[in-house]
Write a protein that binds this ligand. Structure first.
Ligand code: NI
Length: 190
């Protein structure tokens, strides 16, 4: 188990779509080692999620966890989740604009995400899951699954005037965003 370097935007590896994990390989040392490294690296960086492509591994594996996250204080909790070969289906057309950040990108910006999604994935024991996610948690899933297709949130920023550094976000945009997103989280419950 180790904290690995996180690749930054511009690194070609971030743009390579990851390959499916053979379910027969999940129990093996290699896949379990990547999962352990993802968890350690995500926690070390105070991330809400991390995809294998971000540490240079071309495997469809993402981890997510939100406890009391200083990087994203408005985010509802997500228990530690390991998603192998995740597939997302949008359940309806409801969208929400979320101000996102990413451990591989030094900016934040607004992205429209689906509010209601179905996720299917295998966990680290190879057990299949089929669940419904809502709200900001659904947004986190969409962000992490994008990484596995070589897509970064910045590709999906519709209004580029919303792009800002973390410092400028804190200074100029944080309060308005937190007010809007807190009302949203209260409405959808996630
Ligand atoms: Ni990211």
């Amino acid at each position: 188990m180790s904290v690995r370097p996180i690749l930054s935007i511009g690194d070609p590896e971030l743009r390579v779509p990851a390959g499916e994990v053979d379910p027969d390989d999940i129990a093996g040392e290699r896949v379990q080692g990547v999962i352990d490294d993802l968890i350690d690296t995500m926690r070390d960086a105070n991330g809400a999620g991390l995809a294998a492509t971000q540490i240079g591994e071309r495997l469809r594996i993402a981890v997510m966890e939100v406890t009391d996250n200083p990087r994203y204080p408005y985010k509802p909790r997500i228990p530690l989740t390991v998603a192998i070969n995740p597939v997302i289906d949008f359940l309806d057309d409801e969208l929400v604009e979320i101000n996102e950040g990413c451990l591989s990108v030094p900016l934040r910006g607004n992205v429209e995400r689906h509010v209601n999604i179905r996720v299917r994935y295998l966990d680290r024991d190879g057990i299949p899951h089929d669940e419904t996610m809502r709200g900001l948690t659904a947004g986190t899933w969409q962000h992490e699954c994008d990484h596995l297709d070589g897509v970064l949130f910045i590709d999906r920023v519709g209004d580029r005037t919303t792009l800002s550094t973390w410092d400028e976000f804190e200074q100029h945009h944080r309060d308005a965003f937190i007010e809007r997103i807190t009302a949203f989280v209260e409405r959808v419950g996630s």
